[in-house]
Write a protein that binds this ligand. Structure first.
Ligand code: FAD
Length: 286
């Protein structure tokens, strides 16, 4: 399968990419190409021009590094493989990156491309929601920061404007007595998440839960927080009984349904994966 014909330009800096985007409003950025090129080959996307940002040699766009406050900075061009092997990357994010596709996809695909694409079955969105990440973007009017909670707005839709570029993702420091985890049920053919649940928990000195962020991807049109599960955990000791009760709480999800998995099955998977991810967090906090 071949895409329809297109023009190509390589940008060597974020500013150059922004200038090209303003000159060619119908152009598409290309990073790893592992979502855009399949869509172009299927003629689901027919951009007249591609602006290649993959070779931008800029620390912020490529970094996987600690921030001064103990958090993590991840450049939009960081590949899934780099994130999976990253020393300063929270466990949930490392796990999600290592479960994406196969080695070829992980060596080419980038986190910026993944979140801009916002596939409902992508792994990162749930993790960024659970970690309370900030998405740093640049556009013709300067830089702005979008909270992960506000970024994923619908199926393949984000708060990003067509003339903006994701530059980096910042993850706040986890603090002491904190842990995160991600559990996924992959589609047997594509490897995408039929459902995936990410969890980030912080505990008080008496081991009761002080912060609970739990989010699901794959199950619904967009990744979303599991508020009922979060509320059921707050103030309680993290133990097997409380995990079971919180994970089984009804989050009233409006789940997707397809040939492989019904809405009921996806809702069921979300509960089981929430329990599995919370159990991993419990083990990591002991
Ligand atoms: P591209 O394909 O280059 O771009 C995707 C979109 O994002 C385009 O619209 C582009 O214009 C835009 N874009 C790219 N970078 C930026 C930026 N910095 N700022 C603004 N817009 C930008 N994903 C999963 O989550 N889990 C899986 O299990 C999984 N399995 C896969 C299996 C296969 C066989 C394949 C081909 C893909 C799979 N993917 C999976 C998708 C993969 O993770 C892609 O790498 C990712 O979704 C897109 O990243 P990319 O760098 O390739 O983006």
């Amino acid at each position: 399968m071949f895409p329809s014909s297109f023009d190509y330009q390589r940008a060597n800096s974020v500013q150059e990419a922004l200038a090209l985007l303003s000159q060619h409003p119908d152009a598409k950025l290309i990073a790893g190409g592992h979502s855009l090129l399949p869509a172009m080959k299927l003629r689901l996307a027919t951009p007249p021009m591609l602006i290649d940002i993959s070779k931008i040699d800029d620390f912020t766009m490529n970094a996987v590094s600690p921030t001064r406050d103990g958090g993590t900075l991840i450049g939009a061009l960081a590949t899934h493989a780099k994130i999976a092997g990253g020393q300063f990357v929270p466990f949930a994010l490392q796990t999600a990156a290592s479960l994406i596709g196969d080695m070829q996809v992980r060596n080419m695909g980038t986190i910026g491309g993944s979140i801009a694409h916002a596939d409902p079955a992508a792994d990162y969105p749930a993790v960024l929601l659970a970690l309370g990440a900030e998405i740093h973007v640049e556009g013709p009017n300067g830089a702005r920061v979008i909270a992960a909670d506000d970024f994923f707005t619908d199926l393949f839709t984000t708060a990003l404007q067509p003339n903006e570029i994701v530059v980096s993702i910042r993850i706040r420091p986890a603090g002491t007595r904190a842990a995160s985890a991600y559990a996924k049920h992959p589609h047997p053919a594509s490897g995408f998440a039929v459902a995936g649940v990410a969890v980030a928990i912080a505990a008080n000195p008496d081991r009761t839960v002080s912060t609970a962020r739990v989010a699901v991807t794959g199950a619904c049109a967009k990744a979303q927080r599991l508020s009922a599960t979060e509320n059921a955990l707050m103030g309680k000791p993290l133990n097997a009984d409380n995990i079971q009760a919180a994970a089984m709480t009804d989050n009233m999800l409006d789940c997707l349904s397809d040939q492989y998995a019904s809405a009921e099955y996806r809702a069921h998977l979300s509960r089981i994966l929430a329990r599995n991810a919370l159990t991993t967090v419990l083990e990591r906090m002991q």
